[in-house]
Design a protein around this ligand. Structure first.
Ligand code: NAI
Length: 339
């Protein structure tokens, strides 16, 4: 099958080509993001393989369908960026990579926690300037602290296990509690208890209408003074403006973000010689207790290889008329995950 691969980075091509061995698809690598303007570039391709920050809204999908695309192969687990109603109306099948390495994102969330707590990101620059003063670098023992997990799917579960290993009390909220996790000591609690008792709160639920701005003025007010908030799921779960107000007042003690509401115009690109127009994001970057990474939670060798292998397999399965049911993204699944 001829496949237009949007938003491809240099490191990905080699891995995608390796995954394609034995499958024989024809890949058209495109550096650009999918948008309504770039959709016609898929002309003659039956599949468009897209990434988390591609714009799969109705106008883009209409453009893809017009170009002859029938399959949307998502090189991601999240599918909040896809207008599934439009996809269904246009007869587009969407297949995703539901699991590629939950450890990659879970471990990145832990990296953010450890850096923010012990301020290694600041210590690094200080020591390089031969400033060996420790003022301002004091952290706290994670051992014995309460860590909250919002969403205990694949990533949330891997994260919870790591934090149990640190000797933390781990509490969690999920509409579908996991028995295995409860059996090893994770306490499922109502959402309000999660807000009130988490010293560190890590977000691992998908972005759905129900989770949009779940972290907002009201929920932040319930969190303990000095809470550390970590978001490696999707930016839209957090109301960034409310978070900035809580950072300014000192209510949030530390913020670690791998995702941002408006990241589509920023992340995955070198903008070092550009003037950033997003004032909210620029304000976020000014806080000493905020650590931002540009959506790199998934970025391990194992995860990238698994993404490529499953994407290519998804394309082959679709071509053979047997898409894997677990990988199908449908409106029904979106509604189920939002309920
Ligand atoms: P998953 O589908 O295995 O788990 C999601 C969990 O969230 C489920 O247990 C679900 O019941 C729960 N959930 C749904 N609504 C909820 C709500 N209102 N409150 C609490 N929990 C709720 O997904 P997985 O693989 O664990 O990924 C989680 C999210 O992480 C993805 O949706 C994606 O947005 C994000 N992600 C981020 C990456 C990164 O590079 N930063 C890479 C991969 C995923």
């Amino acid at each position: 099958m001829r496949v237009a691969i949007y938003s491809t980075k240099g490191y990905e091509r080699e891995i995608m080509d390796a995954a394609n061995r034995g499958h024989g698809h024809e890949f058209v690598y495109l550096d650009v993001r999918l948008t309504a303007q770039t959709a016609p570039l898929a002309e003659g391709c039956a599949c468009a393989a897209i990434f988390a920050n591609d714009d799969a809204s109705a106008p883009s999908l209409e453009g893809l369908a017009k170009a002859g695309v029938r399959l949307l192969a998502l090189r991601s687990a999240g599918f909040n960026h896809v207008d599934l109603e439009a996809a269904s109306r246009l007869g587009l099948t969407a297949l995703r990579v539901p699991a590629y390495s939950p450890y990659s994102v879970a471990e990145h969330a832990v990296a953010l926690i450890l850096s923010l707590n012990r301020k290694t990101h600041r210590a690094y620059s200080r020591v390089r300037e031969q400033n060996f003063n420790l003022a301002g670098l004091m952290g706290f023992d994670l051992h014995g602290k309460t860590v909250g997990v919002l969403g205990t799917g694949k990533i949330g579960r891997a994260f919870a296990r790591i934090m149990l290993g640190f000797g933390c009390r781990v509490i969690a909220h999920d509409p579908f509690p996991n028995d295995e996790l409860a059996a090893i000591g994770v306490e499922y609690v109502p959402l309000e208890t999660l807000w009130r008792e988490s010293r560190v709160l890590s977000i691992h639920c998908p972005l759905t209408p129900a989770t949009h701005h779940l972290v907002n003025e009201q929920s932040l007010a319930m969190m303990p003074e000095g809470v550390m908030l970590i978001n490696t799921s999707r930016g839209g779960v957090v109301d960034t403006r409310a978070v900035i107000r809580a950072l300014k007042s000192g209510h949030i003690g530390a913020l670690g973000l791998d995702v941002y509401e408006e990241e589509g115009d920023l992340f995955f690109r070198d903008l070092s010689d550009k003037v950033i127009q997003d004032d909210v994001f620029v304000r976020l970057m000014t806080f000493p207790n905020v650590l931002i990474t540009a959506h790199q939670g998934f970025f391990t060798k194992e995860a990238i290889t698994n993404i490529a292998d499953t994407t290519v397999q998804n394309i082959t399965d679709f071509e053979r008329g047997a898409p894997h049911p677990d990988n199908l993204v449908t409106l029904e699944k979106l509604v189920a995950s939002a309920s």
